[in-house]
Design a protein around this ligand. Structure first.
Ligand code: NAD
Length: 412
């Protein structure tokens, strides 16, 4: 089964539960538009290398497409379509006036020079320029892309249109119109979702222990905000392995250690070294996968001992594992809800750029929290009403948001 087919399973379940018009499901099941582009780049040694890029615009029913651009040697169209589908759902669940989209370029950014990376980036924007724009489709960073790459994209798109185009892209540096609070936004939202599920389960934050897989942007901010909120982090991992301390790890100290050790947490003093897999299997209150797709599968789902899972990464749990966890009675706060804080603050960046009026960090955080708490309640209530999982509940919320505008606009 392709990743895209797997991703649609909870939507199909939700669709049955709410007796969704089959025409609506048929429309949402396919991206509105996918493009594959070739990007010829004159490399530093003079030879021309042709890179492949994709953009999948899954839905523009609720507004412009919205979604990041990923640079990775293994990017596929199936992956980009899936991530775009999740963006459609995520934006609808978060209550944002956006559709969903995603892009990718097949490149290992570690294997090209900075000049080559800039040329690839500008070439990608040249090729997809007719499809993107502040009212059409708004890109953002994703795996291996950052504020520098967004700046090149913004510059290239501004040149093409002969006008400054800050609102066409989010995840920019603050000096270029980026929003305060964006770096921490996804992790902050993950912890808002964690506190909401703990409340519903009758567990006090100070009684909760946490294990987090992944210590990049999302994992490290999730850990830092978890600590601020009084949760005890007992296990952390990154690509180099895991660390455990039953008395609690200080994420600020772990981060400082990682900065001095090539960004990796391996060897962090005072903690017990454990394997990355073992971090997923700790007896904790909350397990937060914050690394990448397909980490909880039929192979390890039975070994999960956490009381609750909050998905910070996109698609960390596969369909088989989802069924096993449901049987075990472990609630999973799904990615399309839990990591929606990032796109929510991207939305705030877009709004601020459109108005050319900027908010304080406190305003951003306050508005983000309000939207996340509301989104969580909508999903939780839908899951309770239809006696289903939170993941299917999230799809119920998204489908309900999409179906009426589809009817009113005459799409179905
Ligand atoms: P990142 O590249 O900054 O960090 C990824 C982390 O995962 C790194 O610490 C890496 O060492 C670790 N990792 C990789 N493979 C691992 C493995 N097998 N075991 C343990 N750790 C491993 O990426 P990020 O921006 O933090 O994104 C993480 C996830 O969150 C991705 O699924 C991404 O799509 C999703 N996400 C990110 C954002 C955002 O705002 N950055 C928003 C929504 C969703």
């Amino acid at each position: 089964m392709s990743l895209f087919e797997m991703a649609k399973i909870p939507m199909e379940k939700a669709s049955k539960l709410i007796n969704l018009d089959p025409n609506a499901e048929a429309v949402i099941s396919q991206p509105e538009r996918t493009v594959e582009v070739s990007i010829p780049v004159k490399m530093d040694d003079g030879h021309v290398q042709v890179f492949t890029g994709y953009r999948s615009q899954n839905s523009t029913i609720l507004g412009p497409g919205k979604g990041g651009v990923r640079y990775h040697q293994n990017v596929t169209l199936d992956e980009v379509k899936t991530l775009g589908f999740w963006m459609t759902t995520k934006c609808a669940v978060a209550g944002l006036p956006y559709g969903g989209a995603k892009g990718g370029v097949i490149v290992d950014p570690r294997k090209v020079s900075k000049t080559e990376l800039e040329k690839i980036t500008r070439g990608y924007i040249d090729k997809i320029a007719p499809l993107i724009g502040e009212k059409k489709d708004v890109p953002a960073p994703d795996m291996n892309t950052n504020a520098q790459i967004m700046a090149w994209m913004c510059d290239e798109f501004s040149k093409i249109n002969c006008q400054y185009e800050p609102a066409f892209i989010t995840g920019k540096a603050v000096s270029m119109g980026g929003s305060l609070g964006r770096n921490s936004a996804t992790g902050r939202g993950v912890i808002t979702a964690t506190l909401e599920i703990l409340k519903r389960e009758g567990i006090k934050p100070e009684d909760a222990t946490v294990a987090i897989q992944g210590f990049g942007n999302v994992g490290s901010w999730t850990a830092k905000i978890a600590k601020e909120k009084g949760l005890k982090i007992v296990a952390l991992s990154d690509i180099s392995g895991g660390i455990y301390d039953e008395n609690g790890l200080d994420p600020y100290k772990v981060e400082a250690y990682a900065k001095e050790h090539e960004g990796l947490i391996k060897g962090y003093p005072g903690a017990t070294a454990i394997s990355g897999e073992a971090v997923l299997e700790q007896k904790v209150t909350v397990l937060i996968p914050a690394a990448m797709e397909l980490q909880i599968t039929a192979k390890n789902a039975d070994k999960i001992q956490a009381k609750i899972i909050v998905e910070a990464a996109n698609g960390p749990t596969d369909a088989d594992a989802d069924a096993i966890l449901e049987k075990k009675g472990i609630p999973v706060v799904p990615d399309v809800l839990a990591n929606g804080g990032g796109v929510t603050v991207s939305y705030f960046e877009w709004v601020q750029n459109l108005y050319r009026y900027f908010w304080t960090e406190e305003e951003v955080e306050e508005r983000q929290e309000k939207m996340m708490v509301k989104a969580f309640a909508n999903v939780y209530d839908a899951a309770k009403k239809y006696n289903t999982t939170l993941r299917v509940g999230a799809y119920i919320v998204a489908l309900n948001a999409l179906v009426e505008p589809m009817k009113l606009r005459g799409i179905i």
